[in-house]
Design a protein around this ligand. Structure first.
Ligand code: FES
Length: 156
């Protein structure tokens, strides 16, 4: 993996160990997750133990240690969304994308995620795609959404 972008981020933060969290956030923003190679590089360049970086990544659960798709399909599994049919939305995503929830497609286009209530219960059940809220979703609407995104990307 080309780590030039990690060096650029380190330079931006003056290689200041106090900026570790911001550095990790910038890396994730660049490649959508924290690659193992990038974490090792950080550890070496900043003389911070790997274990400390991983502990931080785990503590702040906004960090991802596995590659993520260009589109993150997040289904709210809070009570209101659950009752309104959220599990069916997850099943539909799993069928359409041929991956399990929590995973990413091999072409790195889509990831499926489940979250707890995001505070928009009036919109239940809710599918969030890269931060865009899709309210009152049905299995059919999920399929249409995925098809549309695939088409935009030039796929099937
Ligand atoms: S339960 Fe889904 S937004 Fe509250």
């Amino acid at each position: 993996m080309d780590l030039t972008f990690v060096d650029a981020i380190l330079t931006k933060h003056n290689r200041d160990t106090r900026s570790l969290l911001a550095i990790m956030q910038d890396i994730q923003e660049e490649v959508r997750y924290l690659p193992k190679e990038a974490v090792q590089h950080l550890s070496k360049e900043l003389s911070i133990p790997l274990s400390r970086i991983y502990a931080m990544a785990t503590f702040y659960n906004s960090f991802h240690l596995e590659p993520r798709g260009k589109y993150t399909c997040t289904v709210c599994m809070g009570t209101a969304c659950h009752v309104a049919g959220a599990p069916r939305l997850v099943e539909q995503l799993e069928r359409d994308l041929k991956i399990d929830s929590g995973k990413t497609t091999p072409d790195l286009m889509f990831s499926i995620e489940e979250v707890n209530c995001v505070g928009a219960c009036a919109l239940a059940p809710l599918l969030i795609v890269n931060g865009e809220y899709n309210s009152n979703m049905t299995s059919d609407a999920v399929s249409r959404k995925i098809k549309k995104l695939k088409k935009e990307e030039g796929g099937a």
